[in-house]
Write a new protein. Structure first.
Length: 156
């Protein structure tokens, strides 16, 4: 992995903590405060990331019964490259949990990790939601756009 790819992957992992209500161009404000946490991107870092990536779909939240199962706090963001070296590359950044105390929350995931050595309900959510077309990209199910390529990234 070259330096820019490593930087993109690490910044996408941080951006996974954002809650993005709509698709399109990210603003510095979207990235500086992530999920009500002021420990997000620095101003120059946010500007550079927003120049390299678009948010391709609003944040997928499995805990929201209108789009997901309502049973886990699994979250994912899909970014699409907009620079010449990453144009149209999809990056699926998975946060895993919503960092809240009410159900569904991190507590269920932690208890599953302790009991089963993995957050089993979130693993099922990833397979069900991403694998069966619930994670929507650009108005189409992810599986319907194109087959994932070697240049696409899945960041957990």
């Amino acid at each position: 992995m070259v330096n820019q790819q490593l930087l993109d992957a690490s910044e996408a992992a941080l951006a996974a903590y954002g809650q993005f209500a709509s698709k399109g161009v990210l603003t510095g404000d979207d990235l500086i405060v992530l999920n009500h946490d002021v420990a997000g991107f620095g101003e120059s870092q946010a500007k550079k990331f927003s120049e390299r990536f678009l948010i391709t779909t609003p944040t997928f939240n499995d805990g929201n019964p209108s789009v997901g199962s309502g049973l886990t706090s699994f979250d994912a963001n899909v970014f699409s490259g907009r620079a010449t070296d990453n144009l149209d590359q999809l990056v699926i950044a998975i946060r895993g949990t919503q960092q809240k105390l009410e159900y569904p929350s991190d507590l269920e995931a932690l208890s599953e990790i302790a009991a089963f050595h993995g957050a089993s309900s979130q693993i099922v959510a990833i397979q069900s939601d991403c694998g069966h077309g619930q994670l929507v990209v650009e108005g189409e199910y992810y599986k319907g756009i194109r087959s994932p390529s070697i240049s696409d990234s899945f960041i957990c």
